[in-house]
Design a protein around this ligand. Structure first.
Ligand SMILES: Cc1ncc(COP(=O)(O)OP(=O)(O)O)c(N)n1
Ligand SMILES: Cc1ncsc1CCOP(=O)(O)O
Ligand SMILES: [Mg+2]
Length: 212
């Protein structure tokens, strides 16, 4: 089963991205999603190759936001696709069944659509307002997660769900209690002055006393 903590990278340059990712890996995060938008293909490729190398060294999962062809080209572990990105069935045809395909949802109907198309996990959000992404879908809040997870149970959909969007340390217990599998975060890790402390605390809350 997938790790419960996914770090979605941030940084305006290749160097800044690599610094942030290296810090996350060094301090206990073992799943990285490269999110580097509106950049030249050469830079994006160079960053992806460098992250691939780093993640291999740290035995971490490495998925790429939006870009299925790049994931294929560098043999990443998978991709994350939103509602306006390539559809999951097309990505599956390109990447094959062993690669991870994560898909975004904002409603239960999105979850039905994405799981019927064969995604491996759902990124459900946004939980609350965040500056990390513009043009946010409607905010779900805890009640949104409770309601959507209950509908998934009723429909016997067991695809793991990751909460995303403006998550802080203080939100994690309540979010986990809704029945989600884990969380995907950017700002809380990127902005922290003590990465070891924040990642350790996140992992403690996410895993509780589960032995991994
Ligand atoms: C784990 C996870 N969940 C949701 C998203 C958002 O994807 P998308 O809606 O395509 O938005 P962008 O990240 O592409 O701006 C995600 N990246 N990761
Ligand atoms: C990519 C994305 N999709 C929905 S919210 C979000 C941003 C998550 O970053 P943060 O944890 O900083 O809010
Ligand atoms: Mg996207």
């Amino acid at each position: 089963m997938y790790n419960r903590l996914q770090y979605i990278s941030q940084g305006e340059s290749v160097e800044e991205q690599l610094y942030n990712i290296h810090q996350a890996l060094d301090n206990g995060c073992d799943w990285i999603q490269m999110r580097f938008k509106h950049q030249k293909p050469k830079k994006t490729f160079a960053l992806a190759e460098a992250i691939k190398f780093l993640c291999e060294e740290y035995l971490a999962n490495f998925i790429i936001n939006d870009n299925v062809h790049l994931a294929k080209q560098i043999n990443a572990d998978g991709v994350h696709l939103g509602l306006s990105d390539m559809v999951v069935t097309e990505a599956r045809a390109i990447l094959g069944r062993t690669k991870i395909i994560g898909a975004t949802a904002n409603t239960f109907e999105d979850i039905i659509h994405q799981t019927e198309n064969g995604c491996d996990y759902i990124g459900l959000g946004p939980f609350q307002f965040t500056k990390t992404k513009s043009k946010l879908s409607p905010i779900l809040g805890l009640e949104g997660y409770r309601s959507i997870i209950a509908q998934m149970k009723q429909a016997q959909i067991e695809t793991p769900v990751y909460a995303i969007g403006g998550i802080t340390l203080g939100d994690v217990n309540a979010l986990m209690n809704t029945g989600i599998h884990g969380i995907a975060v950017s700002g809380i890790i990127t902005k922290s002055d003590d990465k070891l402390e924040i990642i350790t605390q996140l992992n403690e809350k996410l895993y509780g006393n589960i032995i991994v």
